[in-house]
Design a protein. Sequence first.
Length: 88
Amino acid sequence: MRGAGAPRVDHWATTLAALANELQEADSRKELGRVVGRYARTELVCLDELGYLNLPAGAAELVFQVISERNERGSLIVTTNLSFGSTS
């Protein structure tokens, strides 16, 4: 809950699968730069459900492009419900 006078944070919240699908669709429409730029300019990106599924061919590279564009520009929160032992 945001209190009176608290700053508003520009953010996107999505699952890894939804982000990968959005990026692949944008790539096929030749709009990848615009979509990656939108995620790069956002103050905070919350990426949920990391590790639940394997990404389709090429999707991992597109997701990495978003993450690398965000480097030193904004915050990234990555969540998963997998136990620590199952992520290594």
